[in-house]
Design a protein around this ligand. Structure first.
Ligand code: HEM
Length: 411
């Protein structure tokens, strides 16, 4: 009974009055039984008639409670915490991914060995061999070779790509092992297994997308395709949002075992679509090195609409490939994204979750400032990495916001 009560969040709710009065009946009866026993009372007996009768109100309250209880083995709160931990690792991965890209380290490991690649070169001969492989690709023959790259410099770029891949492997383990554990222990609530498996599969796919991206920069060109880079970054952000969303569903289930998963409302879909466009252009700006085409704000090199946009192959092609135009769209679409996020934040506040509103406002506010600062410093590496990190926080807070407004448990 004590555990039952201690698990409830709002003991003042009327449904617990009956439980409380029944509990007091029970305590009263236990006390009188102990006193009689101490006195050696001959009338002491434990017949059903001597025991307190559970009041009808309490019976109803207990029956209601039992009806809404999940099976004892199910552990939605623990699974939610585990998913939030994995989300934290994915966030770290996005940050390391940003560092890898901005230090031009992404092409330093020219093979994909999911298992044996976990170990870096362990002696000088192994390092020289890795460097020799790198010397075959255009990034070395056309850029780093002529610039006189040394083995020590190669070790630096190798380090970041290796850490990025190692973190990917660790995330795989941090997801797979607890998943198997919760599965075997039958702790996964009904309906959540397909979602967890899908998230795991997406993580695996993300590894393959990463290699698909890297392979685009190993033969014909000196950098990776900005389309593939966008797929890689957006999949990472989608996984992050999916983890947050699923964890929030499970937290709601832990609070109220009758809670259904949140739904994506039409309004939320519009907000996410607007945000998606912003993230897509951000990824293209990053992939095309388009942050460098102007270091002034709000004007781009003294003009609102930049000079130099190449529309030779049509406007659509320019939108997706021209560094000036992608940069232009990204810096101004940001304000559309801001308006959408403000509207989302207002609705979360109205739904009673002020903390989600604060998170959304803080994330996009800092992100705008970082974006402007990144431009005005000519893509300072620290600011650009922070812009990528806070971009992930914008996504996480938006996932929280759309979950709040799609929730059905009223909490
Ligand atoms: C809600 C607002 C914004 C979001 C969600 C957002 C998101 C992103 C994302 C995901 C990227 C790709 C990864 C990276 O950070 O490098 C990016 C890149 C970039 N963004 Fe934004 N951004 C926003 C606003 C802005 C603004 C207002 C500016 C400038 C005025 C800006 C300038 C840039 C630049 C220059 C890059 C490329 C940086 C690089 O090469 O690493 N962003 N943005």
């Amino acid at each position: 009974m004590a555990i039952f009560l201690s698990n409830r969040r709002n003991l003042c709710h009327p449904r617990y009055n009956a439980v409380a009065s029944g509990l007091s009946d029970l305590l009263h009866w236990m006390q009188s039984y102990m006193c009689k026993k101490q006195r050696g009372d001959s009338t002491l007996h434990l017949s059903a008639t001597a025991a307190p009768r559970i009041s009808p109100r309490m019976e109803i309250a207990l029956a209601n409670h039992a009806a809404t209880q999940t099976p004892a083995k199910v552990r939605p709160a623990s699974i939610a915490n585990w998913l939030l931990f994995v989300a934290l690792l994915v966030f770290a991965m996005v940050v390391v991914g940003g560092i890898t890209r901005l230090t031009e380290s992404g092409l330093s490991i020219t093979e994909w060995k999911p298992v044996s690649g976990a170990l870096p070169p362990l002696n000088e001969a192994a390092w020289v061999s890795e460097f020799e492989k790198y010397k075959q690709i255009p990034e070395y023959t056309e850029i780093n070779g002529p610039a006189g790259m040394t083995l020590a410099q190669f070790k630096f770029i190798y380090f970041w790509e290796w850490v990025h891949r190692l973190l990917g492997r660790l995330i795989g383990l941090a997801f797979a092992l607890p998943l198997v554990w919760f599965w075997v222990k039958q702790a996964i609530p009904a309906g959540y297994k397909p979602r967890l498996v899908a998230l795991f599969a997406l993580g695996g796919l993300q590894g393959a997308i990463g290699w698909w991206m890297v392979s685009s920069g190993l033969s014909a060109r000196t950098d990776v395709s900005h389309y593939r880079l966008a797929v890689h970054l957006l999949t990472a952000l989608f996984i992050l949002g999916g983890l947050v969303w699923t964890a929030l569903d499970l937290k709601a289930l832990a609070r109220n075992s009758a809670a259904k998963p949140a739904k994506l409302t039409g309004f939320a879909a519009v907000v996410l679509a607007i945000l998606f466009v912003q993230l897509l252009f951000g990824a293209w700006v990053a992939g095309l090195n388009a942050g460098y085409v102007s270091n002034s704000w709000p004007l781009m090199n003294d003009r609102f609409y930049p000079a130099g946009v190449d529309v030779g192959r049509g406007m659509l092609s320019a939108l997706a490939n021209d560094p000036f135009l992608t940069h232009f769209v990204h810096r101004w679409w940001a304000w559309v994204a801001v308006i959408a996020l403000i509207m989302l934040a207002r609705r979360t506040k109205k739904a009673g979750v002020r903390s989600a509103s604060i998170a959304i406002h803080s994330a996009f506010g800092v992100q705008i400032l970082l974006g402007i600062a990144t431009v005005m410093t000519g893509v300072n590496i620290v600011l650009a990495v922070l812009h990528q990190a806070v971009g992930a926080l914008v996504v996480a807070s938006a996932a929280w916001g759309v979950h709040v407004i799609g929730r059905n448990d009223g909490q």
